[in-house]
Design a protein around this ligand. Structure first.
Ligand code: DX5
Ligand code: ZN
Length: 221
């Protein structure tokens, strides 16, 4: 069985109590904190930046997975590295020079990821597999929490799983958007090993109950 990781997205957390929220979700069993950065330019919403990453950093030991939905991307990357990010991913459409941006992330001491929207083709992967630590498949269009899972994402996850296996590299395959207790197993069967869930976890009063139920679904895959 692959190592499955659950990455709650703080987009659906209570921002007035963010330190407590991340501590609670990690004690409930989260493996990673997923941190959604939106700029009201690349996506039509505005969220949080490096200052907030720095503020939550002392509250948890688990990796912080920064998902950049911003354009341009390069200028802000060192700020997130300094703020304690462990993984930084971005959308290929938002960078003029993919290879350079991936290298910049690794040069800053972080793991590097590339994110694919539902309609973004996978050919961006063709020449950069050796520079990737994570591939993120969006199962909603980026910009908002609480949207419904787009089933076509499963085929894309399966295609990327085959590419990763063929490469023989250690690359995490993450899925983001509309993940719930009742569809997490399907995403795992398609080949995902890391699961972002925002509203499914932070939208419920008992984080541990949701995380345990997700793990139980995954253990049956
Ligand atoms: C969407 C974000 C997601 C989102 C997930 O642009 O990248 O991380 O917060 O939220 P849910 O799980 O509610 O779809
Ligand atoms: Zn995200």
């Amino acid at each position: 069985m692959p190592t499955y990781r659950l990455a709650p997205s703080i987009l659906s957390a209570d921002f007035a109590r963010l330190g407590e929220e991340v501590r609670n979700v990690v004690s409930a069993g989260a493996d990673i904190i997923h941190f959604d950065v939106m700029d009201n330019h690349y996506v039509p919403n505005l969220t949080i930046g490096p200052l907030v990453c720095e503020a939550i950093r002392p509250h948890v030991q688990v990796p912080i997975d920064v998902h950049l939905m911003v354009r341009p991307v390069d200028r802000i990357i060192p700020d997130f590295a300094k703020a304690g990010a462990n993984i930084i991913s971005f959308h290929p459409e938002a960078s003029e020079h993919l290879d350079r941006t991936l290298q910049l992330i690794r040069d800053q001491g972080c793991k590097a990821g590339l994110v694919f929207n539902p309609a973004t083709p996978l050919h961006y992967l063709d020449h950069v597999m050796d520079k990737l630590d994570l591939i993120l498949i969006m199962s909603v269009n980026p910009g908002f929490g609480g949207q419904s899972f787009i089933p076509n994402a499963l085929k894309k996850i399966a295609a990327v799983r085959a590419m990763i296996d063929h490469s023989g590299r250690d690359i995490m395959l993450e899925v983001d958007g509309g993940i719930k207790i009742d569809n997490i197993a399907a995403a795992a069967r398609a080949g995902a090993d890391t699961f972002v869930a925002g509203s499914a976890i932070f939208g419920k009063p008992d984080y541990r109950a949701v995380i345990d139920a997700m793990r139980s679904e995954l253990s049956a895959v």
